[in-house]
Design a protein around this ligand. Structure first.
Ligand SMILES: [Fe+2]
Length: 302
């Protein structure tokens, strides 16, 4: 079994990084990266009412982060600003939906240390993204678990919620293909007894997980991966460069199940236009579906 970092995928990702980030930044004498890191990070807060949400769970406050891409475009100081945005928010759960690292995993311990330093009533859960698989996915998982983060690799965790029964959070490991993603989500469900299905919240780096989540009436799926294309039309986050993704940014609802695709906090090339990096807080409760509007929207100053 070759070491993950020797794979073609890792080498191609490094080449892309040279072509789209290091090369242009070198030609512009560091100004490209410098300007990119001055981009404000949006802090968005949504009230999400879900028809399939179980009444007994009450309101659950989730801090949702995704696509950190720790590396050249995500230095340590920015990681700190991002995680600090979730502090003192009375969170029940922090959900990280993958791509903690950009290329090399070393150094990611700082992010996990910071993440678990934010208190929550129910804990910290995460799944891996495609970039986490490039270098050494086992090392990423180990570093997270060593700090108490629940890494969901095609599995479900049931967390007691005093006064509100228990919440079931499922998570699917990265896969690009729709069919494999769907099969794995179905497998997660089979880990629960029939009366305990479906999971309440599903984490899937790939938004395609929503297709199977809808079939299973999973109330809420959280995803990332697309970065919202990083470039979008003004005022139209859904019209963006992520043309290969039908589910590319924001909320989607089908038959009582909802998906939220965050545009993520990091980047894989140093440009974002009308698509700011974002940290998200979701107040989830039972109710009739209405497309959520951010009821609070502020910026984290770099
Ligand atoms: Fe990503």
């Amino acid at each position: 079994m070759p070491k993950p970092r020797s794979t073609g995928k890792f080498r191609r990702a490094k080449l892309r990084h040279k072509l789209f980030t290091l090369g242009p930044d070198f030609l512009l004498r560091g100004r490209l990266r410098e300007r990119h890191l001055k981009n404000e990070i949006a802090l968005r807060h949504f009230d999400v009412h879900l028809p399939n949400w179980r009444n007994e769970l009450g309101t659950l406050r989730i801090g949702h982060l995704s696509d950190l891409h720790f590396g050249d475009l995500m230095p340590s100081e920015r990681v700190e600003q991002i995680v600090d945005a979730l502090r003192d928010r009375d969170l029940d759960l922090i959900a990280f939906t993958g791509d903690a690292v950009d290329l090399e995993w070393r150094g990611i311990e700082q992010f996990f240390d910071l993440l678990v330093s934010v208190p929550t009533t129910l804990g910290h859960v995460m799944v891996l993204g495609n970039h986490d698989h490039l270098d050494d996915p086992d090392a990423v998982v180990e570093a997270a678990r060593a700090r108490g983060i629940i890494v969901l690799m095609d599995e479900v965790v049931t967390i007691e919620r005093p006064g509100h029964g228990s919440i079931r959070v499922g998570g699917v490991d990265w896969t690009k293909r729709l069919q494999e993603c769907s099969e794995r989500i179905a497998m997660i469900s089979e880990q629960l007894s029939e009366e305990d299905r479906p999971v309440d919240v599903l984490l899937s780096h790939n938004p395609k997980g929503f297709i199977e989540a809808t079939r299973q009436c999973i109330p809420l799926t959280l995803a990332g991966h697309t970065h919202g294309g990083q470039v979008a039309l003004k005022g139209r986050p859904d019209r963006n460069l992520a043309v290969a993704h039908r589910l590319s940014a924001g909320f989607y609802e089908r038959e009582g199940s909802a998906l939220f695709v965050t545009t993520g906090v990091g980047s894989w090339f140093p440009l974002r236009v009308h698509c700011p990096p974002e940290v998200v807080i979701l107040d989830v409760s039972k109710g009739e579906w209405v497309e959520p509007d951010p009821d609070a929207h502020s910026a984290i100053q770099p």
